[in-house]
Write a protein that binds this ligand. Structure first.
Ligand code: FES
Length: 153
């Protein structure tokens, strides 16, 4: 076991993790995250969305080892809304009908927030490229792209 210190949605946390354990923030963990986390492929080389940066902001899929997150500041989907108000990206996904079952939505929303921090006005091609590792089985992506561009400046 190795002690890992990190911040989840602004709250400091310490976890004892096996070095081979994926970073999966769930209620069973004392991390404070209660949203659904989709566990990525155990072999990140085979997982299409192996996009999680060390802060896990780009995807809700856990393809990062927990010990790699030592010292990281992590924002989960639960950390976006504030005072009962949806984050503008969440609101745009709602308004543009950019979700159906919602399985992919946390990853899409977090990837979008990250994209817009780096590029506030992405082209359609840039949006599609930024989100290409996040798979959606429902929407056909068109409304997701519309939502991203609706919130972009
Ligand atoms: S909304 Fe169902 S997988 Fe994307």
């Amino acid at each position: 076991m190795r002690r890992v210190s990190l911040s989840v949605n602004g709250a400091p946390r310490e976890l004892d993790l096996e070095p081979r354990e994926l970073l999966v923030l769930r209620p069973a963990r004392p991390s404070g995250a209660d949203g659904a986390t989709n566990v990525g492929c155990d072999n990140p080389r085979r997982a299409a969305p192996a996009r999680s940066c060390s802060t896990a902001r780009r995807s809700s899929r856990a393809t990062v080892l927990g010990v790699q997150a030592d010292g990281a500041e992590i924002t989960t989907i639960e950390g976006l809304a504030s005072n009962g108000e949806l984050h503008p990206v969440q609101q745009a996904f709602h308004e543009q009908h950019a979700l159906q079952c919602g399985y992919c939505t946390p990853g899409m929303v977090l990837a979008t927030v990250s994209l817009l921090e780096e590029n506030p006005s992405p082209s359609e091609e840039e949006v599609r490229r930024a989100l290409e590792g996040n798979l959606c089985r429902c929407t056909g992506y068109q409304n997701i792209v519309k939502a991203v561009q609706a919130v972009g400046s």
